[in-house]
Ligand binder design. Structure first.
Ligand SMILES: [Zn+2]
Length: 256
């Protein structure tokens, strides 16, 4: 796994990065040397804040489909995500974003040309101060050399937290929650053709299914789904795109 991550970094460094970008990388690595975010040991590669032991112990998810879900929503990945999302531990976006890029790079599939982080509603954005999906997409996109387009889709309905809702209520909750931002956004999406939605956690999959529907309806030819973690019960639902999910899902512990 490290071999492939190193190869992304090296390939990027050799062929894709400008001198300025290389210097920025070097400076960042000098000022913020990678340190394991779980145990405090030195990081095991220049771009990853994890030691090799904690890296091996992560609850890696191996999903044989077009969706990339790096981990099960299980310790310690779930804590890293909660700290990022609810306690503003922004540094976790870097380690999780890089690991997501690694999970994506391990598939022998064509990469998307644009990343679309799941947008937050303006009210939620004011409350939290940042969108964790944008932060994750930024780091994953940097590793894979794919631009991100956080503004192309807006969340037009301030959907209540999904945490306490049943599966059916969650599907209704996100219905018509997203809209394209305008003609410029549409041109950007159509020029890319193949995009990936990026989210932190997928619980029932109703949110990404709704957003995927909006992008496909706009004329985007291929929409992948990338998430750092997925609740195990959710997988069948979101992998079947926007169709009705299984009805026996228990309420997860995470709002999507
Ligand atoms: Zn460690």
């Amino acid at each position: 796994m490290f071999g492939s991550l190193d190869s992304i970094v090296n390939r990027g460094a050799r062929w894709r990065l400008t001198i300025t970008q290389r210097l920025a990388h070097l400076l960042a690595a000098t000022l913020y040397p990678p340190k394991c975010c779980l145990c405090g040991f030195p990081g095991s590669s220049p771009d990853l804040d994890l030691c090799c032991f904690c890296h091996a112990d992560l609850p890696w998810e191996h999903e044989p489909s077009s969706a990339v879900v790096a981990f099960r929503f299980a310790p310690p990945a779930d804590d890293l995500i909660r700290q990022l999302k609810y306690h503003g531990v922004y540094a976790n976006a870097r380690v999780l974003g890089v690991l997501l890029a690694q999970a994506v790079a391990e598939r022998a599939a064509p990469l998307p040309r644009l990343l679309v982080p799941v947008p937050l509603h303006a009210a939620r954005m004011r409350e939290r101060g940042f969108n964790q999906a944008v932060a994750l997409a930024r780091y994953a996109g940097r590793m894979l050399d794919i631009p991100i387009a956080p503004g192309v889709v807006r969340r037009v309905r301030d959907t209540p937290s999904q945490t306490s809702l049943s599966v059916e209520e969650r599907h209704r909750n996100v219905h018509e929650a997203f809209a394209l931002s305008g003609a410029r956004a549409l041109r950007k999406l159509l020029a890319a053709g193949h995009v990936a939605i990026v989210d932190d956690v997928i619980t029932t999959g109703s949110t990404v299914a709704e957003l995927k529907g909006v992008l496909l309806a706009a004329g985007v030819s291929k929409v992948d789904v990338w998430a750092v973690a997925g609740a195990a019960q959710a997988r069948p639902s979101f992998l079947k795109s926007s169709g009705g999910g299984p009805s026996n899902l228990s309420s997860g512990t995470f709002p999507t």
